[in-house]
Structure formats: structure tokens, C-alpha cells
Write a protein that binds this ligand. Sequence first.
Ligand code: NAD
Length: 493
Amino acid sequence: ALADAPHLSTRRLDDLAERVRRAAPGESDPLDAAVDVFAPATTERIGSVPDCDGDDVAAAVERARAAQAEWAETPPTERAAVIDRFGDLVLDRREELLDLLQLETGKSRRTAVEELFDVPAGCAYLADEAPGALADERRRGAVPGLSTATVTYDPVGVVGVISPWNYPLTLSMADALPALAAGDPVVCKPDEKTPYGALALSELLEIAGLPDDLFQVVTGEGATVGPALIDAVDYVAFTGSTETGRTVAERAGRNLIGCSLELGGNNPLVVLGDADVDEAARGAVDACFSNAGQLCLSAERIYVEEPAYEPFLDAFVRETEAIALGTGYDYDADLGSLIDADQLDRVRGHVASAREAGATVKTGGRHRPDVAPYCYEPTVLTGVEPDATVACEETFGPVVVVTPVPDEAAAVAAANDSPYGLNASVWTADRERGARVAREVDCGTVNVNDGFLATWGAVDAPMGGVGDSGLGRRHGPEGIRRYAESRTVGVSR
Ligand code: NAD
């Protein structure tokens, strides 16, 4: 409950909501209407944020545009220094941010910590590398020796960031910070369920020295604010479901603006026959159940080469049963609540239909209102047909299907049997074999002997999806340059 959060109060949440009013004083007063925000762990209403309309969004983008020229002229090293100071502030203010994150998402403290530390890690990378990634480059030119070609990286314009509820801090910043580093103003639309994280970070960006209007937050209903934002900005970075992503891409296409789409996944985890099954089982627990499975990168399908199947399954069920559930503001629990009743219904529906079709629930499979109203047990299913809903669709919850496969080729074929292609995990005692299998899996990132951290944590290497999982790459120089427009100047003698 809000009353139990050691570093928060109703007053503080209201102050954060005020930041939207200051940023968007359009013709209509956004505070006339409000969107209520609820704490998933208790279902209590914790506050409300302005329900921005199209005019408010347009006004915010206009203000961002007015601030653009000066920021674009600011040397990249100075822009990077602001981001560096911001990263330090996130660490300094971590206790309040962790309370906020837990309050609006219902995640456990341990999960909140993992998320929070991701932000300064990204800042440190950008502070070191963004100026270099944006520096002018000499290319070979039309006639080597007789002409030159120079490439410069100019800001792309105002960037709209549309982010989901599952990682409100990480996913509002993963696109905003490289855009700011590249000289672009940002207008961010967090999910209506979790608006406070981005608002708290907007305050820290201001304290870090970011000039006014360069990072603004607009709150309100996605179906109103999202399209209005896409219509006003020069580039849109979207993270969310594949279904909404398609509408974002259509609208960006009509406006002929660039877009990146970080969408859903139905990620495979492959355990090869030579793997250390205990290690793989521990890794699979993190891969499948982090953030109660509400993570785009989390594994939902496990394929195990025959000889390892029974020992892996035993170890995995044992490890899964050791997971501690809870939503308190202490470090006692691994796994917290789901975000809301819709998400709980989706998870229950997937498990129920698998059960009806004859699947076996090896562990879990129960709603746990004794822990929190939307809490669901980590669940391991076997005997699931490949065309079952739980196997084909993204559950986005703590549910995983384990299936034996006869050999490596069958494991790869099963892993690739999905329209998604976000992330995969391969477990083996032979790293070379792991690297070879990794190249055969159709995903933007593949982790050998890890669930997702080996690639997610590699902030200098690109990540993103193929197929229904999206378009574009974040992290690394690729994730910086997508917020810049290249210009080539060729000079002939
Ligand atoms: P969602 O698509 O419903 O919402 C995402 C964001 O889009 C929210 O801010 C929402 O308000 C906004 N939105 C809603 N309607 C819109 C519209 N018409 N135009 C523009 N914006 C609109 O996503 P969700 O279901 O809440 O989030 C979970 C999904 O996000 C999962 O599928 C998950 O896999 C995916 N996700 C992907 C990544 C990644 O990096 N690939 C990361 C996290 C989550």
C-alpha cells in the first residue's frame, strides 16, 4: 500500500502529476480530466494524472521544437555530461524510485532493483560513447584520391517515445536518452497504468541540467495521446504489443516519419543434451519468471534434448517451487504481482485451455490472492501441443511450456516455429556448439548459457526483434544513430 512505502506520499505523487500541467498548458486545461492510477499489489487508487488531449500533446511537441535548435548546437560531449549526471542522480535517488516502481507495477523489490540499475548503466555507456558515434566520418568517396565524402550526424527532430507498463523506468529511458544524446528533444508517453516513473525521471533530468522542454511527459489514454504524438513528432520509438505496433507503423508511414518498434515475443529456450541441467534449470527460472514473466525477453517455450529432459524437468520444477512470492517493500520476495485483472485473466485463460487439452501442470497453475489480488504462481506445463494457445501466443506471465525434442535440429526447428523473433536462450557445456546453434535461431538476440542478461546487459551491442517482434535496434552505436539523420557531403577536386 502507498501508506507502507517508506519514501513516498500522496503529496509527492500529486507533485509529480503537476509536472504534466507545467509542460502542457494548452488551450484546454489537462487537469480538468484525470486518469486514475492504481497500485496492482493492493488495487488501491494511488492518485491521478492529467488526461491530455490532442491539443495538449501538440503544445508539448511545439515547445520541444522551440527548444530544439539550442540543444542541437550544444556539443555532444556537453549533452553526454548531462546524461552522465542524470545516471548518478538515479542512483542517489534510488530508494524513492524503487518505492515508486513497486507501487505502480506491483513488482518485487528485487525485480525493481534489477530494473533501476539498468538506467545508470545505459547512461554510462552513452556518456562514454555517444559523442564518438555522432562524430563526423570520412568515407572512401566517389573516386578515391580525387574526391572525398564526409558523413555528419544531425539530430532527427522531436522524438516521441511511447512506452509500456512492464519496465516503466528502463523503457521510457532506453530510447529517450540516446535521442537526447543525439540532440533531439523528447516527448514521452508512458503507459496510463504506470505514469509516475517517467515523471520522476523527468524531474531528475531537469536537476541534471537538461534545459526546459527537452524531456516532457504527456499522460492520458494511449488511444488518444499515442496517435496525437505520432502526428506531431519527427520520429516515434514505440515499445509495446505487436498489435498496437502495427497501428503505430501505419500512422508513422502515413506521416513518412521514422519509427522503431520493440514488440512482443514468444521466446524459446533450448537445453542441449550436454548441458549442466542444474545450471540450466537455475538459468531457466530467471529466464522465464523474472518480473513475473511480464518481460518481452522472457522465455515461454523450453525445448530439451531427450536425454536431458527428465533430469532438467525435475531440477526446473524444484527451482521454480523455491521462488518466493510477495510485493512488500523489502527484499524477501523474488516475484510480485501481475499488473492488472486483464493480465491475470489472460494468464489463467492460457493455463485453463492447456489443461482442457490435456496438458500436465507440473507446478503452479493457481491464482494467489493470498499474496496479492493479481498474483499468479510460477507455472510449468508439459504435454502441450505445438498449436495450443499457450505455446503459440505470448502469455506475458509466469507460465512456461517444457517439451522434449529428439535432437539439436528438432530443437532449432521448434524454436524457429513462431512468427516472433525477439530473444532466445541456448544451454550447453560446449560454448562453440552454443554459438553455432545461436546462429541458426531466428531472433534479434540469442544468449548462450544465460536467459537474457548476456545480451540485454551488453549496452554496447544492438538488440531488437525480427518478424512480429519489431523493427530497429536499440543499444550500441545503432541505437544512437537511429536518432540522427546522416548527411553526406561529397567534394570533387
Ligand atoms: P500496448 O501496445 O497495449 O501499450 C504500449 C503503449 O502504447 C502504451 O503506452 C499505450 O498507452 C500505448 N498505446 C495504446 N494504444 C495506442 C495507439 N493506438 N497508438 C499509440 N500508442 C498506443 O502494450 P502492452 O500490452 O501494455 O505491453 C505489453 C507488450 O509490450 C507485450 O507484448 C510485450 O512483449 C511488449 N514489450 C516489448 C518490449 C521490447 O523491447 N520488444 C519491451 C517491453 C514490452
